[in-house]
Design a protein around this ligand. Structure first.
Ligand code: SR1
Ligand code: MG
Length: 421
């Protein structure tokens, strides 16, 4: 399962130009004189090596999978083939949502290397938000990205042959699916070995772990994640997978791509904004600045959902070509309204899934292995626990009450109450 080809070698900054200097895709962009190439390892994620490689002619990102989880070390092996799934996801996303993901220049399956476009004026959204920056156009790009990738990777757009082939391809991403199934949906709800949490949360954690309603709903969401192959997902769409400049937003890192429910991507994304909202007391000290930034965050979330649902509806009406193109069932029979009804049902399902998956994401980022930097960088344990507890309160409500929350306004009213109580 995790056999590494004997020729595989992790890249180093010293050896990178020597090893990649003969590849056309790189020499075209950086020039053939490799003595002018410089490389810097910048990977700050949980899994991979990431190098920025530059010359006086251009720049690229070189991403290489390691045969283990970087966050944990070689005690947790992880197959290199995740790079194969990331490559396939990137080229599909680029077609489905043009200009939102890095262009792929080169892929080496054995070395698990992807060479791709470097966004040199962009930073990771999570870092930018921790610095209190706002970004115009952010919600629009993310809403459109979600609508286009989720719609166009589904039965609403794809024909039977392509859809089944893609589902089979991504079904092989066993280990990364297993990580999500375990870390997101199971570990938070019992005393799993890799879990950790802020000690001041002990009592609340015990309450959550004995909360039957919460555990039953987390189970239903896990079943939906495993059983509902609705579309090709990014699979790890948090604010660390988004890059921003003053004018542009890009989505990176789809190595967890899989077929799953549409609400999973949107829910994970919104959850990371909501956690940033509750972490603000640990970052923006002046109450006025804090509230203003928190309201900016809620505005972004609100707009992401509005743009997503508007664009999804447009695609439904104008671009349905796939297995679920019901022209003969609806329009030709004089039942055009039925198509609108089916759209409204589908959006309602995605909405409820979005809330539920957002809730489990908040809970897992607080109780399971991989926490968020917004909380981890709050040095004062009491303050961090206070921010995390508020997030957990919203998270639980989203999971348990998702079918009774009918609008983003009602979710945000609740978030505002939780933020000050
Ligand atoms: C072992 S990997 C832990 C987490 O990091 C990735 O970014 C995913 O979110 C995964 O769940
Ligand atoms: Mg990642």
């Amino acid at each position: 399962m995790n056999k590494v080809d004997p020729s595989y070698q992790p890249l180093t900054t010293d050896m990178l130009a020597i090893r990649l200097g003969k590849i056309d895709a790189l020499t075209t962009l950086l020039g053939t004189d490799t003595s002018t190439w410089t490389s810097k390892e910048v990977g700050d994620g949980n899994l991979n090596l990431v190098f920025i490689v530059q010359s006086d002619q251009g720049s690229v990102i070189v991403k290489q999978a390691l045969p283990y989880v970087r966050l944990v070390g070689d005690s947790w092996p992880l197959p290199l083939r995740r790079s194969y799934f990331e490559y396939h996801a990137l080229i599909r996303q680029d077609k489905r949502a043009p200009d939102t993901v890095p262009e792929v220049y080169y892929f080496d399956e054995t070395q698990a290397i992807i060479v791709m476009e470097y966004f040199n004026s962009h930073v990771i959204l999570r870092q930018s938000m921790m610095a209190g920056k706002t970004h115009s156009g952010l919600a629009e790009t993310l809403g459109l990205y979600c609508a286009r990738t989720l719609f166009r990777g589904s039965d609403l757009s794809m024909n039977t042959a392509n859809r089944k082939a893609d589902m089979a391809l991504f079904a092989n991403s066993v280990e990364l699916c297993d990580i999500t199934e375990t870390l997101v949906f199971s570990d938070p709800y019992f005393n799993a070995e890799r879990n950790h949490h802020t000690p001041q949360l002990d009592a609340l954690v015990a309450t959550l772990r004995s909360d039957v309603d919460l555990k039953v709903e987390a189970h239903h969401l896990k079943a939906k994640f495993c059983n509902n192959a609705e579309t090709m997902l990014h699979g790890d769409l948090h604010t660390g997978s988004v890059m921003v400049s003053d004018t542009e937003t890009k989505v990176i890192d789809p190595e967890f791509a899989l077929y799953g429910p549409m609400g999973f991507d949107i829910g994970m994304l919104l959850a990371n904004f909501w956690m940033a909202y509750f972490a603000q007391p640990g970052h923006a000290e002046a109450p006025g600045a804090r509230v203003a930034y928190q309201e900016w965050i809620l505005g972004v979330v609100d707009e992401i959902w509005t743009i997503f649902s508007t664009e999804f509806s447009r695609l439904w009406r104008e671009e349905r070509t796939g297995i679920l193109y019901e022209k003969t069932l609806f329009e030709d029979q004089g039942h055009a309204l039925a198509s609108e009804q089916a759209l409204s049902h589908r959006l309602n399902d995605i909405w409820q899934d979005t809330l539920g998956f957002a809730g489990v994401e908040i809970i897992r980022r607080t109780l399971s292995l991989a926490h968020i930097a917004e909380n981890e960088t709050i040095e004062n344990d009491e303050l961090r626990a206070d921010c995390e507890a508020r997030g957990l309160k919203l998270g639980r409500a989203l999971v348990v009450n998702r079918t009774r929350m009918n609008s983003m306004a009602s979710v945000h009213d609740l978030a505002r109450v939780i933020a000050v109580e």
